[in-house]
Design a protein around this ligand. Structure first.
Ligand SMILES: NC(=O)C1=CN([C@@H]2O[C@H](COP(=O)(O)OP(=O)(O)OC[C@H]3O[C@@H](n4cnc5c(N)ncnc54)[C@H](OP(=O)(O)O)[C@@H]3O)[C@@H](O)[C@H]2O)C=CC1
Ligand SMILES: C[C@H]1O[C@H](OP(=O)(O)OP(=O)(O)OC[C@H]2O[C@@H](n3cnc4c(=O)[nH]c(N)nc43)[C@H](O)[C@@H]2O)[C@@H](O)[C@@H](O)C1=O
Length: 369
């Protein structure tokens, strides 16, 4: 299927094209600002679907709104008409089309053109009045406060919030792309004459800023944002996409002694803590038990033994473990336990505990196995 995408180098265009390719749509005609106009003539001859995303959001002069959002749409429609091309046309209008401002009026004029063209020529008109969008690859300091906040905070730059109570309606780029591909496949989500993305979030600017700052802080706290909240999950992915290329990594505090090291990796209040334990050859760690605290040990490199003894019993239970065969060993409460490195290399163990370590209430009692 031959698909024409205008505005192919923009935020929405790049995300849409990447996913179209993932899904096997490989005949994509890309048109953007610097594409030779004569190619648009060719593309409109035989394209079978049009995603008309090219739009003017932040021009130097106000007149460019009408030239870009109405004028260029007319040129595109005239070419489709010239070639008697009846392919469906999807356009990205804006919730601002309802507003009496230069951008809104130009988007409304573009909508009217497409609706009328559809009626006159039989092309299916698929018109989205999109809310503010967010996601990876949106240009910062341009048409999205989310992109600007993510970029500035990731780059240690200040942000300016005049009114933190302003509430935005936001849709996430992956949900937009999913909806657009549904539309391509004839399953657009209609609400009256317009189409809409089914998922959107109403969030205040203050909340957005607070969340993004918390993402930055999560590295120091070794915490993980709340992924059970859909908006947080999507905003966190967006934030990460703005990390500068020299800031993808961060160091952890390694607690080193002559036995090896113990390093906290991830701490959560509701799903526990993950740490990395390194033991030198011949070293035994542990020899303690817990009332309620419990753990999972996963040796990923080296070899050793995990021993258990119920605190009122003489029976010793042994689990031989090695990085050659990944196996999780649960550490049940009421059993004193230790882990000994039996190999001649460092033994590396991933340790999960059901609660973050609390020095005030460690629930850990020394007792030899
Ligand atoms: N992102 C959002 O939150 C929302 C976007 N929309 C609409 O969705 C569409 C896509 O938005 P988005 O991807 O964010 O915007 P972008 O500015 O990132 O992308 C639009 C692309 O279209 C190009 N373009 C503009 N005019 C023309 C033209 N006459 N010929 C060829 N190329 C052109 C732009 O080039 P250049 O950069 O050189 O101008 C740019 O590469 C726009 O129509 C926008 O109005 C609607 C609601 C919300
Ligand atoms: C739907 C619509 O969506 C976009 O247009 P926009 O709404 O202008 O987008 P924005 O993210 O720049 O602003 C959102 C709100 O946020 C305020 N705002 C901005 N920048 C800061 C800022 O830096 N600080 C503060 N405090 N507020 C800001 C601003 O005053 C406004 O209330 C376009 O993609 C467009 O194409 C489109 O159609």
């Amino acid at each position: 299927m031959k698909i024409l995408v205008t505005g192919s180098k923009g935020f929405v265009g790049k995300n849409l094209i990447a996913e179209l390719k993932n899904r096997g749509y490989n005949e994509i005609y890309k048109f953007d600002r610097n594409t030779d106009k004569s190619l648009l003539e060719n593309y409109t001859k035989d394209c079978e679907f049009v995603f008309h995303l090219a739009g003017v959001n932040r021009p130097q002069n106000e007149e460019e709104f009408m030239q870009g959002n109405f004028g260029f749409t007319s040129e595109l429609l005239a070419l489709l008409k010239k070639h008697n091309n009846r392919s469906p046309i999807l356009i990205t209008s804006s919730i601002q089309a309802k507003l009496d401002n230069p951008y809104g009026r130009s988007k409304k004029a573009g909508e009217d053109l497409v609706f009328n063209f559809g009626k006159e020529n039989g092309n299916k008109a698929i018109v989205y009045r999109l809310p503010n969008l967010f996601g990876k690859w949106c240009r910062p300091n341009y048409n999205s406060v989310v992109a600007t906040f993510c970029y500035n905070i990731a780059n240690d730059l200040p942000i300016k919030i005049n009114d933190p109570n302003v509430v935005l309606t936001l849709s996430y780029i992956d949900d937009v792309v999913e909806e657009f591909i549904n539309a391509l496949e004839g399953k657009e989500n209609r609400n009256g004459e317009f189409c809409e993305v089914s998922k959107s979030y109403n969030v205040s600017l203050g909340n957005i800023a607070e969340l993004i700052y918390s993402f930055k802080k999560s590295r120091e706290e070794r915490s993980i944002p709340n992924m059970s909240d859909e908006f947080t999950k999507k905003l966190y992915s967006t934030y990460l996409s703005y990390l500068p290329k020299d800031k993808f990594s961060y160091e952890l505090k390694m607690n080193v002694d002559n036995r090896g090291s113990f390093t906290e990796f991830i701490k959560t209040l509701d799903r526990g803590q993950v740490s990395v334990n390194i033991s030198k050859p011949g070293i035994t760690k542990g020899n303690h038990w817990h009332h309620t605290k419990n753990e999972k040990f996963l040796v990923v490199s080296g070899k050793g033994v995990i021993r258990f003894r119920k605190i009122d019993s003489d029976e010793i239970i042994e689990y031989y473990v090695s990085g050659d065969k990944l196996e999780v060993v649960d550490i049940p409460p009421g059993y004193t336990h230790n882990i000994e490195n039996l190999g001649d290399t460092d033994m590396v163990t991933i340790m999960w505990a059901n609660e973050p370590f609390d020095p005030e209430k460690p629930d850990t009692y020394y007792l030899e196995v």
